[in-house]
Design a protein around this ligand. Structure first.
Ligand code: SF4
Length: 108
């Protein structure tokens, strides 16, 4: 579903049927934190979803207030691969188990 910021996000739920105005982020809701629509503007999750559609990638989000963002609320994502049982440092790239990079990318 499309977020208030205009990006497709599988964790966003909006119900506007017959005048309703229910909006939720199921990812942030799962972590027990409070969601507000402004978080979608800078959230990295839609970009991760566009770059990596791996079915085994699981994400966990938390809301932080980093110094670099002027203590504004931001979504921070931790990713985990269910297949390789590894945490994924770069969720846009993945863990490398299913889609290894070709040898030409190896640094010798
Ligand atoms: S906060 Fe991030 S994960 Fe949640 S609905 Fe918005 S874009 Fe999606």
């Amino acid at each position: 579903m499309r977020t208030p910021a205009g990006f497709e996000c599988k964790y966003f739920y909006g119900d506007y049927f017959r005048g309703r105005s229910v909006e939720e982020c199921r990812l942030i809701q799962a972590s027990g934190e409070k969601w507000s629509a402004d978080l979608c503007k800078t959230c990295p999750v839609p970009a991760i979803g566009r770059a990596n559609a791996c079915e085994f990638l699981q994400m966990r989000a938390k809301v932080t207030r980093p110094f670099t963002a002027g203590f504004m609320r931001r979504v921070e994502v931790a990713a985990f691969c269910e297949k390789s049982n590894k945490s994924v440092k770069e969720p846009q790239v993945g863990c490398g188990e299913c889609h290894p990079l070709p040898n030409i990318f190896e640094v010798k």
